[in-house]
Design a binder for this molecule. Structure first.
Ligand code: IPE
Ligand code: IPE
Ligand code: MG
Length: 249
């Protein structure tokens, strides 16, 4: 039996770590610690299933406003994650990438990110992109600045500016748009995540908190995705003229 098709690019807003911990009478950081385990498991599972691109929203530009202890705890967890995961990423042929204002991260994190990105560059099993210090509006503003600079130097005419010019300067350049966007822990919002790239992504929100998200829950999300018909503005008959298959990658 052939395996069912999976989305090519899965993006996840990993939410609910704090509430998961608070419900158990634990410090919020314990929720983040449990969430980091889920990251490892879901990354490996996506690789096994043949997902080509996995993007994880790990820390937003707005998350810098959280209490200092939570922010530094998250940075420590990220440091531990990068140290521990390097070997697993290499073994599984997973290329590490980032989107976001990574220059704002602590030096030790930046150094580790640089080293792991370098060690995994060009690996073809899957690309894992971590959204760190990430805000979509910030990403778009930086891209607009870069396009404006091209215009200013005379390399591009204003009337020739198209979506492709903006896309080329987004942090995610070179990675196709997400096919499926999952948000855990129930909130029906996108919280400044990939505003440009999710224009036609399928959305899936589960009430399950990120630390409780599992392989079985990902299977459910993928099953939902397979049942969708992606029409991209066309009619149902246009995209499936023979009354053919739905969803798919
Ligand atoms: C997501 O969990 C992780 C980060 C934003 C870093 P939260 O910490 O937002 O968890 P809740 O939403 O407070 O439960
Ligand atoms: C979004 O979650 C950011 C990450 C998952 C990293 P938040 O918890 O920050 O989002 P809001 O505040 O509920 O919108
Ligand atoms: Mg949250």
């Amino acid at each position: 039996m052939t395996a069912p098709p999976v989305p090519r690019h899965v993006a996840i807003i990993m939410d609910g770590n704090g509430r998961w911990a608070e419900e158990r009478g634990l410090p919020r950081l314990e929720g983040h610690r449990a969430g980091a385990k889920t990251v490892r498991d879901i990354t490996t599972y996506c690789r096994e299933l043949g997902v080509r691109y996995l993007t994880l929203y790990a820390f937003s530009s707005e998350n810098w406003g959280r209490p200092e202890t939570e922010v530094s705890g998250l940075m420590q967890l990220l440091t531990d994650y990068l140290k521990d995961e390097r070997a697993t990423l290499l073994k599984n042929q997973i290329e590490l990438a980032t989107i976001g204002a990574v220059d704002k991260l602590p030096l030790v994190v930046r150094a580790l990110l640089g080293a792991v990105k370098e060690a995994t560059r060009g690996m073809s099993g899957m690309r894992l992109t971590l959204a760190l210090s990430y805000g979509a509006r910030d990403e778009i503003v930086r891209a607009v600045r870069a396009v404006a600079a091209e215009v200013k130097r005379g390399a591009l005419a204003v009337d020739d500016i198209g979506p492709e010019h903006l896309e080329a300067h987004l942090d995610s350049a070179g990675t196709p748009d997400p096919d499926l966007l999952i948000r855990t822990s129930g909130e029906l919002r996108v919280s400044n995540f990939m505003l440009w790239q999710i224009a036609y992504s399928e959305l899936y929100v589960t009430p399950v908190a990120w630390p409780d998200f599992s392989r079985a829950r990902l299977d459910e999300a993928f099953a939902s995705y397979r049942g969708r018909q992606r029409r991209f503005g066309l009619t149902g008959a246009q995209v499936a003229p023979a009354g053919g298959a739905r969803g798919g990658a």
